[in-house]
Structure formats: C-alpha cells, structure tokens
Design a protein around this ligand. Sequence first.
Ligand code: FHN
Length: 461
Amino acid sequence: MTKHVLFTTVVFLAAIAPTNHVVSADPPSPAKPALATRDDAAMRRWRANRFGLFIHWGLYAVAGGQWQGKEIAGAAEWIQTYANIPAAEYAKLAQQFNPTKYDPQAWARMIRKMGVRYVTITTKHCEGFCLWDSKFTDFNIAATPYGRDLLGPLVKAMTAEGVDVHFYYSIIDWHHPDYRAAILSPDDRRAFDRYFEFMKNQLRELLMRYPEVGTLWFDGQWDASYCENPEYAERLEAFLRKVKPGIIINNRIGAGLSGNVDYDAAGRPFGDYNAGYERILPHAGSVPLYDWEAGMTLPENQWGYRKVWTGHFKTAAELAPMLAQCASQGGNFMINFGPKPDGTFREEERAVARDMGRWMKLNGAAIYGTRGSTFGQPRWGFITEKAAAAGGRTIYLTIFTKPASNSIKLAVPRPRVRACYRLDNPRETCEVQEDGPHRVAIAIPAQLDPLATVIALEVKP
Ligand code: FHN
C-alpha cells in the first residue's frame, strides 16, 4: 500500500490515555509527517461511512460493574483490575456467560435503522476472553454455557443489512500466561515473544475466518512491554498487511501512551487513521488533514455493560451534534453500546438508536460521504459538503441553534446557486438572496426539526 504522506498545518491532537487522563500532543510538525491518507476504494468506503457503533461485550457484562455485592467504580470493562480480581477467579465468569437472547439479525436491523454504517465489536478486550471459538486459547465462547461463536452470526447478519464490521482487538491480555506488562528479564522477553506469536495467530485466525472484515481497531497498546519496544508494532503491522493486503488499521497498533499519531523507526506513521479521539472531539474549527475517528460513550466513561447507571448519560440530543461536528471536520463518529450478558441492549441505548435513526433517515445525506467543511465553524451548527451529481457541490447546513436573524450568510456567489431546500423535504425550497458580490443570505424555515434541520445548497462549479 503506498502511503501519501500529508503534512498537517494546524492540527491539534488530544487523546485520552487508557487511565483516563487526557494527554494532548503537539500537532504533527512538517518534520514528522501526519497520518497518511489512503485513497483506495476500501479507505474511501471507510471514510464515507462516517457513522459507526462501538460494541463492548465480554465477561465484564456478567459482572455489570459489581463484585461481591458492591458497586466497583470506574469503567465496567476494567472491573478485573479495579476490583483486584485474580485472573483464575475472574475466569469463572465464563461459566455464567449465556446470552440466550442474543439475536444478531435483530441487532443488525436495529443498527441499520439507527443509520449506522459500520460496527466495531470487541473480539477480545483486556480480559483476554474471546467472543469466537479460537483455536489458540480455551478462554473463549466455547467454554461457556452458550458454547458457540458469537462473531460469525454477527458478521453475517450485519453484512446482509449492508453494515460493515470492524474488529477491535486488545494487545493487553490479563489472562494469557505469557502476557507481560513490562519486560524486565530475559524470561519476560521470551514469554512476551511467545505472546506476540499468539497474537499474530489469533489475528490471522480472525482475518481468515471472517474475510468480510477489513478493519482492525487495536487497543491496549500502552503497557511498557509493547509501547517501549516499537519493533513489535512495526512487525505486527507488516505481518497484517501481508495476511490481508488492503486492510485498514487504526493508529493504536503503534501508539504509545496516548493514542496519538506515533511513528515507526523510519518516521512513517503507524496505521491508517487516528483513533485517539476517545470521548473527545477535535478542537472546533480544526479540520485534521488525515482520517480520524472519535469514540463516544453514553455515560461519562462506561464502555462495557454496567447494571446501575448513575449521573448523566447522553441522548441523541447530545450525540447528533457530535456526529455532525465530526463529519464537518472530516472524521468518523462512533457511539458505544455495551450489551447486557443476555444479549439485549439497555432501554437508554435503544432510545438513542431510535432517535438517531429517525434523524438519519431524513438527513443522512448531510453525513454519509461528506468531507470536512471549508467554511469554518459557525455558531448555529455544522457545515459539510460533497460533490454534486450534476457537477459542483452540495453544501449541507445542519442547524442546531436557529440564529436570531432567521438567516444564514455564506460566502457563495448568488449566480452559482443551483438550488436550496430542506433536506428532509426537498419540495420545500429556501429563499436565497444576494448579500454582496460573493455572499448569499439563506432564509431559515420557520418550522425546525426537534433535533436539527438541514438546508441543502447546491452550487454550480
Ligand atoms: O481501556 C480501554 C477502554 O476499556 C475502552 O475499550 C476504550 C475504547 O476506546 N479504550 C481503552 C481506553 O483508552
């Protein structure tokens, strides 16, 4: 794969490190190239999808944030660490994991109706438990009362609904006997080398067994054993690109402590897109000159299922502007759901799926296949654009806060305007008046969508 290296100008990366403290990095300088931007069909599809769903599912769902009758603070998928549970004790959760209500077809229908174009599912999180019957470890779905592969039916159902599937894989593995958080001796080195081979075997197994999946989402890259020995990342990336040419990989395959863009010994950035925006978005107004994706939880910081939600959790009213902002800055946006141990979703998650789906059905064209705005960041909402079939481009004005003036001014010469209408009802045109030689004033409709109203402005070349 040839990498077109881009030099970013003003791009600020802020990323949440695994222990949930924000680490903001320097913007990549001309001396250090920004993340490459691929222009092949697979990457163009990845980019056009724009709206994804992260699914964190594993044995931690059985615990649901509680251990021995007590609520354990922190992200529920980290309960083994936060409750200091010995690995052998924690592994017994497998005997309780029996998602009898798991219905991948129903999941796929709900997710397609939500307007989501791709799903990223945790094949193996830090706990080391595998959602598929891997040949390389017994710590997998076959050793549960459920007893059969969860990933295959999911990939099949999602593909049938036209939803792409990406696989999340954690480099950290608290269960595997050869995993080491740090390499402090020759024995540690030999053990981690065995673990590295185990990881390669599992990843090849996943890619060969589920050929529909073309994107890998690495995580758990921050332990010293891996991030202080970047040759592992270089070898792993080279290995994967041989196993599946054209594969798309996030930058956490090589990222060190922060999930920022990191570079191999030759100064090449790791991976194909930046996955460092975790529960944060880029600074408003910046449009990173490479591919990136933000992941967002509904509660403040819960990725896996937690029985009891306390405090604030996000609804579509908060998530839709984030999706529109990411698209306006040329990035993808993933909302996270953490399914229950029985295979169903919480009502709060189903409500987000319904509300986002209603809006996306009417206004998805303002998100899918769009590129970042060249107009900057207005106060009333977000601007995206894409090439128009009739030539020129279509500019989408997604209005979350109606300006008091009831109009939007945009630096487009009036004679270049081909059409202007509500995206949710193209028969309802919007009046466009000249506002100086190179600017128009667009009248905003009186009745607005409760979430956001999108005005489409078709502009000739
Ligand atoms: O520690 C993990 C966490 O559990 C979750 O999987 C997130 C998802 O982006 N990644 C790590 C924290 O950066």
